[in-house]
Design a protein around this ligand. Structure first.
Ligand SMILES: C=C(C(=O)O)c1ccccc1
Length: 366
């Protein structure tokens, strides 16, 4: 029977176990440039089978939170080179999460103080994290977005292509396309945020178009074996919803199946929250993917603990499990899970912004 601690091949790389660190926004990269503290943070957690970086904007337009690292400035790429070198030096593997926030942004973070862009001019009832003039961080309401014109979409796809190439040049083993949690790709997918009447709106065929074009663009640039995608069929994060998510996401994964992707990363339920009161047939979606020939590693996320993660892999329901909050507080989570050792509790007060406290100062097992 397959164990959570067994190796697994993900695309072109061999992972030492089936535990991934989920992407975690930490707001500790001023100027969008990864720094020494970030290097230490990722290196400390390199025993994960796969580290997935925090959301990394593909452009300034795609940035929605203060002090997140990007993949669109030369100095950011140099900073990521130090992160990936340290992770590889510690025997780890790391993927970059390519992120365009769409409407989950604030004018103060946008080029020339512009409006954030989105499939439609529908404001999210959500908040984002900015740095105030006095240097303090805080959450503010997201700004009113403008609808993308059809002729703007190729330039965003070009930003995805460029960022994917930059990630591989920076030493990442793979990229994860952020298609979850109510950001740009998810905004196109869900009907609550997409009221377009052109080829990118209306039918589920049309609403999956942008996601597939992003995947296609990136696969053509860096190869399917280095490409994964994260999806969150029923999360209400950032004010997205859809009245009928099952056919929408079954179709999406069926369309993804033609690409020989490295992994599909699925947030089951509400991100970081309720798993059980949002009806969705997870097995049916996976079966729809496999039935169309999809062979990617199936990675699941959201509230897993040692027992449920081991069961998910042993039962064959999943190939890998990703952990977020547990990796924040336990840099050596793999060793702790293997030994069934006690786990440090994460301190929510230091999740976003700040320095070493609550970031690189959690203790490893003695
Ligand atoms: C990238 C994020 C996501 O995927 O939800 C994120 C951003 C800010 C805070 C928490 C999470």
């Amino acid at each position: 029977m397959t164990s959570l601690f067994d190796p697994i091949k993900l695309g072109h790389v061999e992972l030492s176990n089936r535990i991934a660190m989920a992407p975690l926004t930490r707001n500790r990269s001023p100027g969008a440039v990864p720094n020494d503290l970030n290097v230490t943070y990722y290196e400390q957690r390199a025993s994960a089978g796969l580290l997935i970086s925090e959301g990394t904007p593909i452009s300034q337009q795609g940035q929605g939170y203060a002090q997140v690292p990007g993949l669109y400035l030369p100095e950011s790429i140099e900073g990521w080179k130090r992160v990936t070198a340290a992770v590889h030096g510690a025997g780890g593997r790391i993927a970059a999460q390519l992120w365009h926030v769409g409407r989950i942004s604030h004018n103060s973070l946008q080029p020339n103080g512009d409006q954030p862009v989105a499939p439609s001019a529908i404001r999210a009832k959500s908040k984002t994290f900015i740095i105030n003039d006095d240097g303090t961080g805080g959450f503010v309401d997201t700004s009113e977005p403008r609808a993308l014109a059809l002729d703007e979409i190729p330039s965003i796809l070009e930003d995805y292509r460029r960022a994917a190439r930059a990630a591989i040049d920076a030493g990442f083993d793979a990229v994860e396309i952020h298609g979850a949690n109510g950001y740009l790709i998810d905004q196109f997918l869900r009907s609550s945020s997409n009221s377009r009447s052109d080829a990118y709106g209306g039918s589920i065929e049309n609403r999956t178009r942008f996601a597939i074009e992003a995947v296609d663009t990136i696969v053509k640039e860096i190869g399917a074996e280095r490409t994964g995608i994260r999806i969150s069929p029923v999360t209400p994060a950032n004010d997205v919803s859809d009245p009928d998510p099952q056919p929408l996401f079954n179709l999406l994964v069926e369309k993804l199946a033609v690409y020989d992707l490295a992994f599909i990363h699925v947030i089951e339920g509400a991100t970081g929250g309720d798993r059980d009161n949002l009806p969705f047939d997870w097995a049916a979606m996976k079966a729809a993917y496999r039935a169309k020939g999809g062979k990617a590693v199936w990675m699941v996320n959201n509230g897993y603990d040692r027992a449920t993660a081991m069961d998910a892999v042993a039962s064959g329901r999943a190939d890998m499990v990703s952990f977020g909050r547990l990796f924040i507080a336990n840099p050596d989570l793999v060793a702790r899970l293997k030994a069934d050792a006690p786990l440090n509790a994460p301190n929510r007060a230091t999740f976003y912004g700040g320095g070493a406290e609550g970031y690189t100062d959690y203790p490893k097992l003695a």
